[in-house]
Design a protein around this ligand. Sequence first.
Ligand code: AGP
Length: 610
Amino acid sequence: MCGIVGAIAERNVVEILLEGLKRLEYRGYDSAGVALLDGEGNLTRTRRTGKVKELADALHTHPSKGNIGIAHTRWATHGGVTEANAHPHFSSDRIAVVHNGIIENYQRLRSELAAKGYGFDSDTDTESIAHQVHYELDQGADLLQAVHNAVKKFEGAYGTVIIDKNDPERMIVARSGSPLVIGFGIGENFIASDQMALLPVTRRFMYLEEGDVAEVTRTNVTVYDQDGQIVQRDIVESDIEHDAGDKAGYRHYMLKEIHEQPTVVRNCLQGRLGEHGISPNIFGQDADSILDNIKHVQIVACGTSYHSGMTAKYWLEQYANVSCNVEIASEFRYRKSFVHPNSLLVTISQSGETADTLAALRLAKSLGYSSSLTICNVPGSSLVRESDLAFMTLAGAEIGVASTKAFTTQLTGFLMLTLALGKHNGMSETDHKAIVDGLHSLPSKLEETLSLTQGIKDLAEEFADKHHSLFLGRGDQYPIAMEGALKLKEISYIHAEAYASGELKHGPLALIDDEMPVIVVAPNNELLEKLKSNVEEVRARGGIMYVFADKEAHFQSDNTMRVINVPHCSAAIAPIIYTLPLQLLSYYVAIIKGTDVDQPRNLAKSVTVE
Ligand code: AGP
């Protein structure tokens, strides 16, 4: 989704801005632009549709310079993908603005501003920010006050940076609903929507909070809260690796991230899982006493993170004796829901900035939940800062739009949450030991599972000309089938549906023919015989199946079925293990189809608008 980079320095900031935009490419975008203000008071702008490279080429062909600059990657919401709609937006060649989020009342603002004589060059909501600030300046406010006044008129979400040609010593930034981080340099300062953009220039960051407006000069940062009072926000040192954005020799980030899973799962367990169980308070300070009273868990998330929540429901109810509901965040936030006594609200998110999940957490605070926990991958993100408890998944930067290692570390975290809640709710010794042993074996089992790569590459050839597919699973493998289907559709653009296989005869069987590959996840568990019956239902109707199965499940390859044996593993960790072959399958199908694996069409990594 949209990305912002800004810089104010003695030096020319063009390369800092371009590098920042490149590092934000993973978020997904369709156009990019830069505005630069130089020491002579010249404000210039360059915008291009397509990749940041087109913008960089344009800036190198017609060199521009500036000591202050703002840059943006746009993921279209209001108005098509055109240069005119790309940011930065100007007002009267004086004010330049970049913006993430959506100004929901922009049509009313546009009418009001048009009535005041402002003309619009784009179809965006953002242009009204530029004109509104300009209007406030015309009323006699200085730039800082103009932004304070303007934001009072905005409804919706914004992370915005504004520069004024007539006020060349500062940038003004404002945040409401869309994250912004200020980066501190020596004699220069920076702003971005994501610290990844700024890692080459600083490691010291300050996260703005909701309603904050900040004045950023070369040497100083002053933050005002929503009441206009000066406030201090913490400065934190980032420990994200500078080269987290490298592909480390892999063809795509997604493949690198798939292969990192044994290591990151090991990191996620380290220091948290001892020989006989989890360490105290791994979910945050005082977590154990908070979890002691929890009798119900409400999970809220989107996309892949929702699938990890779906899996967790099976675990929490089966092993920890705690009731659990799971809901898609965009549904949860817009309906009246029942809050069980002693409920824990759990949000799950790779980015920690997903707009619907964040809104769900904020709503939950007013609903009477006992406490909130986030399972999240990005330190300092909004969900981490606003939740009572946080469990960091420690997967490292995930760049590929298709979530892989974030998912398996979320599941690892959920197994530990199952242990933590189970302790207070009568979990059996046998289940406790099975989960602990399963977790200890998890990194090496994941390594073993990666060795299936060659067989899956061969299998992927058979998918390349298909337009539809069906994924089947039962029990805690049903959400894994859902995740497999999501992966295939998002990066290979093949239509994929997942069903709990017991549902087949209630409708989807009508779809079965030899053009509809059916992918089955079949560990050797207590539902195996039921699953085998479902497989026979497909076979009887001429379906072609690809079965990922435990060897001991005794499936045989024949002319209607290809069996890929997955390393034997304990039941508790099977959903995590069976995720890997499905990730690899999607990846190699996408390679054959030649799609943009890391940045699939129409998608964004961090969905910061609802
Ligand atoms: C998964 O491959 C997707 N990119 C998407 O479904 C993602 O999981 C979803 O947008 C939620 O993101 P989050 O985990 O950052 O909240």
